[in-house]
Write a protein that binds this ligand. Sequence first.
Ligand code: CUK
Ligand code: CUA
Ligand code: CA
Length: 638
Amino acid sequence: MSEKDSKNTPQAPEKLGLSRRGFLGASAVTGAAVAATAFGGAVMSRESWAAAVKNAQQNIHVAPGELDDYYGFWSGGHQGEVRVMGVPSMRELMRIPVFNVDSATGWGLTNESRAIMGESAKFLNGDCHHPHISMTDGKYDGKYLFINDKANTRVARIRLDIMKCDKMITVPNCQAIHGLRLQKVPHTKYVFANAEFVIPHPNDGKIFDLQDENSYTMYNVIDAEKMEMAFQIIVDGNLDNTDADYTGRFAAATCYNSEKAYDLGGMMRNERDWVVVFDIHAAEKAVKEGKFITLGDSKVPVIDGRKKAEKDSQFTRYIPVPKNPHGLNTSSDGKYFIANGKLSPTVSMIEIAKLPDLFADKLKDPRDTIAAEVELGLGPLHTTFDGRGNAYTTLFIDSQVVKWNMADAVRAYNGEKVNYIKQKLDVHYQPGHIHASLCETSEADGKWLVALCKFGKDRFLPTGPLHPENDQLIDISGDEMKLVHDGPTYAEPHDCIMARRDQIKTKKIWDRNDPFFAPTVEMAKKDGINLDTDNKVIRDGNKVRVYMTSMAPAFGVQEFTVKQGDEVTVTITNIDQIEDVSHGFVMVNHGASMEISPQQTSSITFVADKPGLHWYYCSWFCHALHMEMVGRMMVEPA
Ligand code: CUK
Ligand code: CUA
Ligand code: CA
């Protein structure tokens, strides 16, 4: 048996427990003890375990030239991009720059991308966490993927037919969009986005007290098609993660800072924080009836869902749950909102069928909606589902994934003697999000599970003080979870999502009428340019617009002359019709770089501030004579 296999065996906890102990200190000792006892029921012989792992590893082998069964979309965390993976091979297929700058494609540099980023194009950083695919009737429709930017309070949309970001908005009146989920039913009309941090309103430097009644945060509801704010709901406490139900009426969000504290001690003071449940239909009605305010310059309707207003407003309810809850996950059978306890070893199962009574004030206590508080292990963060009644929860402190049965957990909570824990599997190390194939839909298929581990530690060749993270692939198709693959990733995939490959339909080449570059087409039209054929230089004061085609291996314009200080816009249309023949454009020493894929138009603007001869070249390998695909800009001194 190889060294690698031995790390995958459940008999290894003594060994792993040691390193965890060294690693996390005293609190982990209790974690390791819980882990060790939990293994009692699930021990296989080393030999049969190794055979099972080998068998599972054959399942993930995707031979050269063969295609994966699933598309995976991984958030790039504070790196700012979205990564497209093939599952189960875990091969990285593509990167989609979103809240970052990318010199290969020119994202953040081209006029098209900067127009999409709008005002926020001035930011060069982002921090994305939660990628989610649009749905119709609770199933992925493959149209869009939405993702949050915690760093600069933005939400972006990616069109999955071209796998490019096509819309981005900055959420007003808020700081730090964290949790993000989509309405599942009847279709993704709304994107739900949690603003995490409590801020004063107005935030003009006059109030700094978080306990002030004008200090609050909001639940944001965004029109998914228009990518405009629909409305905002003021809440008590703060907001962490969110999810929506399978009726289209309810959404829920966790709050870890019900204390409205500004420091660690303060945020951990209460034994229970809460889950806020939103009645989206009632909120829509309040907005329609004009029962809203606006804040500052913003025109977005703001409705008050705080506790003191809840009996009137009828669109929020607060359900106390232990302690600093983190992930909020709707079970794929539509029955439960599951809040993951983080500082409590439990998850709380909120029964969605009881929510209409909660809103109708027919329950004595909001806690009457709790179907079970399920004890799982230390540091539960996120939960996912296999569509067979089982849930899988990450235990951050224990470095484990725990598989448990939801119906059994409810029975045990009601006093029956049933063992609801089916298996605990060591993962490496400290998992955050967890995601099973199709688990956010009613079609959860229970094939693959990905645990996104925050620490890679000793699992890979060392890369200096900064280590890769470890996205581990687990086969959940059988009765037992089997760890089959370690996937090193660059900082920091908080979350991922997997869809069947038939659910995503991509274009082979660009459509000449694509709205992605419509503003550039409009500009060319005003200049009397036919982008498909014309190679022309247009002077407009000190602005120079250079229009050219590209076809392997030549640019339509091989030289042009400008004056020092001119603002130059180069617009290139790739008239190649052949799939996969992308060109690039780089103006040497001018910070200008972009991609032009077949039938795409791209443009970039820079200042010709240095006199002399300046070469430009094609940066995407397109032809045997790719190196020769060059041109010159002649800059005459001012
Ligand atoms: S959060 Cu990162 S582990 Cu931003 Cu979804 Cu839970
Ligand atoms: Cu065109 Cu390389
Ligand atoms: Ca708290």
